[in-house]
Design a protein around this ligand. Structure first.
Ligand SMILES: [Mg+2]
Ligand SMILES: [Zn+2]
Length: 189
């Protein structure tokens, strides 16, 4: 009993996933299921993470809302649909957190990556233990966000990099891993 309580107080290891470019191909401001193309390996990565005890949280910049390309409720509907698609595969997405703000015109935003607001929200609301967590993103702002929040491991997903094979590159000089395919990430979970 005591151990159980201790484990709870330590929080949950969490797999943080960027959305566009990690879960789906980034066609630019995707807001409809019709334009949502899943990237190979995302479901097996999530299933593996789940098996290893990670909760899964999506953290996504959605400035298309501030730009009025689509509304907050359109975004929410897409997220609901997306979470449903994961659920069909047996994967529970704990939450989709988003920043709706414009990168230039919001003085009050603390959530747009590379800021770490969404990560700290997950820490507060969903007991994410950042010292045991992993961030996967396809842009440097994801990596910087993970660094600021002191997430244990971050993976820079670069499917189009010509430089590396389909492997996970362990960090030597960079404070993050690099992967050309999502499946490779399972090795560090
Ligand atoms: Mg991205
Ligand atoms: Zn924001």
């Amino acid at each position: 009993m005591k151990y159980e309580a201790e484990e709870k107080s330590q929080g949950l290891k969490t797999l943080f996933l960027d959305r566009d470019g990690v879960i789906n191909i980034n066609h630019g401001y995707v807001y409809q299921p019709e334009n949502f193309d899943f990237i190979d390996g995302i479901f097996s990565l999530c299933k593996d993470a789940q098996k290893k005890g990670y909760q899964i949280i999506i953290v996504t910049n959605q400035s298309g809302i501030a730009r009025k390309y689509y509304s907050q409720s359109t975004f929410k509907n897409l997220s609901k649909w997306l979470e449903g698609e994961f659920w069909k595969q047996g994967v529970r997405i704990k939450q989709t957190l988003h920043c709706p703000h414009h990168p230039k015109f919001s003085l009050t935003c603390t959530c747009r990556k590379p800021k770490a607001g969404m990560i700290f929200k997950a820490q507060r609301r969903f007991k994410a233990d950042l010292s045991k967590s992993v961030m996967v993103g396809d842009s440097l702002s994801d990596m910087h966000c993970a660094q600021r929040a002191k997430i244990k491991k971050s993976v820079f997903f670069t499917p189009n990099s010509l430089q590396y094979g389909p492997k996970l590159i362990r960090p030597r000089f960079k404070p993050y891993y690099q992967a050309r395919c999502l499946k490779a990430i399972q090795a560090i979970l």
